[in-house]
Design a protein around this ligand. Structure first.
Ligand code: FA5
Length: 343
C-alpha cells in the first residue's frame, strides 16, 4: 500500500511538469482527484490493509491528497495570473486616445445650435419666449394676415386636430401672442417645433424647428433688421459675414425679404455647401405688416417692427455638412453621436 501511495506521489510530481494551461491542469485534476482518479482510488484499497496499519495508511493517503489539492490550486492561480499578464502585454492594447463612451447622453445637434443662437441674441438684448405647438387656426393663419381664402394657406398645409386647432406650421404663429403680451416696445425670440404636411426629401421634414424674432419700437426700420441679422449671423458663423436682401413675399411682412449670407465656407466663390452660388439663403424676414400689429392691439401709426425667421435644421446641416435632414429626427445615434459642427 505504502509503495502504491509513493508511486502516485512520484507520478504526480512528473505529470505536474507537463501542465502548461488551464486545459492540461483540468486533465491532471481529473486524473488524480476525479471520480476514478488515482488518489480517489487509493481509499478503497485501505480495506485490504492489516488493521494495525490502517490508521497510518489513511493518514498518508490524506496527506498526499492535501498536497496534490494544494499544488493544483496554486497552479490554477499561477496560470490565471500568467493569462492576465499575457493579455496586458500582447493582446489587450488599450488606446487611451479613444474618446470615452461612458454611456452618458449628449445634446441633440439641433439643441446645440439653438442654444448657440439664443445666447447670441440674448447678448444683443433679446428675451426668449415660448410658443405653442398646438395653435388656434386664428394665430397660425388669420392673425398673420392669412385668412381662410388666402392662397398662402396651401403652401403650409398642416395637421388639423378634431377641435379645429392645428399643429403650428411656423413660429410666426406665436406673433400675435407675443405682440399682444408686450403691447409695444420689445425684442423677443421664440423658437419652436413646427409641422407641415410635406412631401419628405433630403431638405424637407414634416417636423422641423424654427426660430422667430420680432423687434418692435418707435421708428424701427429695415436698417435695424439688417444690423441685427448681420451681427447674429457673424457670431453664429464666428466670422464677419456679408449679407444681402432679396425681395420676398410673406403675407405678414411688408416689405418682405429673403436674407442671404455670403457663403462662409468658400467666401462666395462657390462650393458644395452653397450649391455653387456663393450665397446661402438663411433668414426670411421683413417689416411687420400694420394689420398684424393692429390685430395684436398695437397702434401701427405709433409703432413699427421687423420680424425674422430661421430654420434650425437648415443651420445644423450647413454648419455640419449633414446632407439629409431626415437624420435629425431619426434617433439614429450612429449618425447623431459623432456629429461635429465645422464652424
Ligand atoms: C416661414 O415659415 C415664415 N414664417 C418665416 C418668416 C418669419 C418670414 C418672420 C418673415 C418674417 P418659410 O416657409 O420660408 O417661412 O420657412 C422658414 C424656414 O423654415 C426655411 O428657410 C427653412 O429653413 C425652414 N423650413 C420650412 N419648411 C421646412 C421643412 N418642411 N423642413 C425643414 N425646414 C423647413
Amino acid at each position: 500500500m505504502l509503495q502504491k501511495i509513493e508511486e502516485t506521489q512520484k507520478q504526480f510530481a512528473q505529470d505536474v511538469l507537463a501542465v502548461t494551461d488551464q486545459k492540461s491542469l483540468e486533465e491532471l485534476r481529473l486524473k488524480y482527484m476525479g471520480k476514478k482518479g488515482l488518489v480517489t482510488m487509493l481509499m478503497p484499497l485501505l480495506k485490504d490493509v492489516p488493521n494495525d496499519q490502517k490508521r497510518e495508511m489513511g493518514m498518508k493517503i490524506n496527506a498526499v491528497k492535501n498536497e496534490i489539492e494544494s499544488t493544483l490550486a496554486n497552479l490554477a492561480t499561477e496560470l490565471e495570473q500568467q493569462k492576465m499578464n499575457a493579455e496586458i502585454a500582447n493582446t489587450e492594447k488599450i488606446d487611451i486616445t479613444l474618446p470615452v463612451d461612458n454611456g452618458v447622453g449628449s445634446l441633440h445637434p439641433r439643441t446645440v445650435i439653438q442654444k448657440e443662437v439664443e445666447d447670441v441674441l440674448i447678448s444683443m438684448g433679446f428675451v426668449v419666449d415660448m410658443g405653442n405647438e398646438v395653435e388656434t387656426e386664428f394665430n397660425n393663419f388669420d392673425a398673420v394676415n392669412v385668412p381662410s381664402t388666402h392662397p398662402a394657406r396651401d403652401t403650409q398645409d398642416t395637421f388639423w386636430l378634431s377641435n379645429g386647432e392645428v399643429l403650428k406650421t411656423h413660429t410666426s404663429a406665436g406673433q400675435n401672442r407675443i405682440l399682444s403680451k408686450y403691447k409695444g416696445t420689445c425684442k423677443v425670440i421664440f423658437p419652436g417645433r413646427c409641422f407641415r404636411n410635406e412631401a419628405l426629401d433630403a431638405g424637407h421634414e414634416n417636423t422641423f424647428f424654427q426660430m422667430e424674432g420680432v423687434i418692435v419700437d418707435k421708428n424701427v426700420s429695415v436698417a435695424n433688421l439688417i444690423y441685427f441679422m448681420k451681427e447674429m449671423l457673424s457670431k453664429v458663423f464666428k466670422k464677419e459675414v456679408e449679407v444681402r436682401l432679396r425681395p420676398g413675399f410673406f403675407p405678414f411682412t411688408e416689405p418682405s425679404f429673403e436674407m442671404d449670407v455670403k457663403c462662409p465656407f468658400c467666401g462666395g466663390t462657390g462650393c458644395s455647401t452653397c450649391g455653387g452660388s456663393g450665397w446661402i439663403e438663411l433668414c426670411p424676414c421683413g417689416m411687420i405688416h400694420p394689420n398684424v400689429l393692429k390685430m395684436a392691439g398695437i397702434d401701427s401709426n405709433e409703432y413699427s417692427g421687423c420680424a425674422f425667421g430661421l430654420g434650425f435644421d437648415r443651420l445644423v446641416m450647413i454648419k455640419s455638412g449633414l446632407n439629409d435632414i431626415r437624420a435629425l429626427n431619426s434617433g439614429n445615434l450612429k449618425i447623431l453621436k459623432p456629429f461635429k459642427l465645422n464652424i
